[in-house]
Write a protein that binds this ligand. Structure first.
Ligand SMILES: [Zn+2]
Length: 204
């Protein structure tokens, strides 16, 4: 009997017969409906961003247990139900990760973003690096904006024609915009796919 990846309850609990026959999720109905799934497209300056979940308490806990509790089994819960749509929409894009997301990679021992986005089967490239001494975890909003002075394009790297910047959550957007501006200067067509967004970006 399959179990929910989040609460470990039976996956098919509370489903009617029809739902049971077509159910294709790794979260139970209760856990899935506790998330605020509200897909939206928005602009950060002129960067087109697509995002799915509001970053509220339940999503935050799910992401935390995935990232901080090293719960690798959870990676399919974020975009697996949208794979076909995303593959079609971004089929000729190359994925690049936002460097801040790698801060804790070594400590964690697995790259949480790579696990999530590998299912899209798109090309990947590691375009950026951040200078080693710069850590934005303890900075306020204003100081975080200065991150643009600490993110660089790798040298001697061939940049693809279309780049999809991916991340797990967009909050201040300073890091992703720093990457975007570097690519824009090189006339690279760039879009962003971010799993969750802060209420600041929510459309009314
Ligand atoms: Zn559950």
């Amino acid at each position: 009997m399959k179990r929910c990846l989040k609460c470990d309850d039976f996956l098919y609990h509370n489903l009617n017969l029809f739902e049971y026959l077509v159910y294709d999720d790794c979260l139970c109905k209760k856990c899935r409906s506790s998330l605020v799934f509200k897909p939206q497209n928005f602009l950060i300056e002129d960067l087109k961003v697509e995002s799915f979940y509001l970053y509220e308490e339940n999503f935050k806990l799910l992401l935390l247990s995935y990232k901080e509790l090293y719960d690798e089994a959870l990676y399919p819960v974020f975009i697996r139900d949208k794979l076909l749509y995303l593959k079609l929409k971004y089929f000729n894009y190359t994925i690049s990760y936002v460097p801040s997301s790698f801060d804790n990679f070594k400590r964690r021992g697995f790259n949480h973003l790579e696990m999530i986005f590998k299912e899209l089967k798109l090309e990947k490239i590691d375009l950026f690096y951040k200078d080693g001494n710069y850590n934005q975890n303890n900075l306020n909003f204003k100081d975080r904006a200065k991150i643009k002075n600490h993110i660089f394009l790798k040298e001697n790297i061939k940049i693809p024609k279309k780049v999809l910047l991916v991340d797990d959550v967009v909050t201040s957007s300073a890091t992703i915009m720093a990457c975007y501006k570097i690519l824009k200067l090189k006339n690279i067509k760039t879009k962003a796919l971010i799993i969750s967004y802060n209420s600041f970006w929510q459309k009314v």
